[in-house]
Design a protein around this ligand. Structure first.
Ligand SMILES: *[C@@H]1O[C@H](CO)[C@@H](O)[C@H](O)[C@H]1NC(C)=O
Ligand SMILES: *[C@@H]1O[C@H](CO)[C@@H](O)[C@H](O)[C@H]1NC(C)=O
Ligand SMILES: *[C@@H]1O[C@H](CO)[C@@H](O)[C@H](O)[C@H]1NC(C)=O
Length: 222
């Protein structure tokens, strides 16, 4: 694009102006025209050499390639490419807003409320997080229960990828777990119980408010 080149020339002109103006004063005082011609030629070559170096570097920076031709570079399409690949954060923090009894194996625990749901990839109606991109994610969950102890599992696309045991509660007990794993785009991630007819505390009870939580964050796209 001609305007790229023009911009570059203007900025270079500004850069060189302080240097060239002092040199020109000296040149104008010099009556030896042979010397004047030599020095102008030299100056021209220096500017051309440095302009070449600047164009090569700028081309590499903008495109990541050697030998990018700045004159044919489409700045607008380059910009949209950069925006498309930019990292958009994915983060949710959900809580159980009411207690639930009689939950058995293969039933998703529904965390009905969210403190934070950046990107809206956690779905309160089902208790499922749907990965928007393939990447490395960190998940954390805390379950508080009364009744009998049981295992909770973090499920990714139907397979248990991490688990945590809530010990046999004398009144109530809780357990937390954290895992960092790779998840594929569109995979469903949820927490479920291994056992039958279990209890999960949520909402406001004598044990506090919103005790059971489920959170996740995208650490890195892969
Ligand atoms: C003019 O400059 C040239 C190149 O620097 C030099 O060879 C020549 O002797 C100079 N002439 C005079 C008259 O000073
Ligand atoms: C600058 O680049 C042009 C085009 O690649 C080339 O023809 C020219 O010789 C280069 N000039 C210098 C001083 O390196
Ligand atoms: C759970 O947390 C939400 C968000 O902070 C709050 O609005 C709600 O009142 C809490 N529920 C209870 C039972 O404390």
């Amino acid at each position: 694009m001609a305007c790229n080149k023009a911009l570059l020339l203007v900025s270079l002109y500004c850069l060189y102006l302080p240097v060239t103006s002092t040199k020109l004063t000296t040149l104008l005082r010099d009556k030896n025209l042979t010397s004047l011609k030599e020095r102008l030629t030299n100056l021209e070559q220096t500017i051309e050499r440095r302009l070449n170096v600047t164009e090569v570097l700028l081309g590499q920076l903008l495109t990541g390639r050697n030998g990018a031709n700045l004159e044919t570079l489409n700045v607008l399409s380059l910009r949209s490419q950069i925006l498309r690949t930019a990292f958009s954060p994915v983060l949710f923090s959900a809580y159980k807003s009411s207690s639930e009894s009689g939950i058995s194996t293969n039933v998703k625990i529904r965390f009905e409320g969210t403190y934070i749901n950046i990107g809206n990839h956690y779905h309160t109606e089902h208790g499922i997080f749907i990965a928007p991109v393939t990447g490395v994610y960190m998940f954390h969950w805390t379950i508080i229960t009364g009744g009998t102890g049981y295992t909770t599992q973090l499920m990714v696309a139907g397979s248990s990828r991490a688990s945590s045991y809530v010990p046999f509660p004398g009144g109530a007990d809780s357990s937390s777990a954290m895992v960092i794993i790779s998840v594929n785009k569109e995979d469903h991630v949820w927490i479920q119980i291994y056992g039958s007819s279990k209890h999960v505390y949520g909402g406001s009870t004598s044990y506090g408010n919103n005790q059971s939580t489920f959170s996740g964050i995208l650490l890195q796209k892969t």
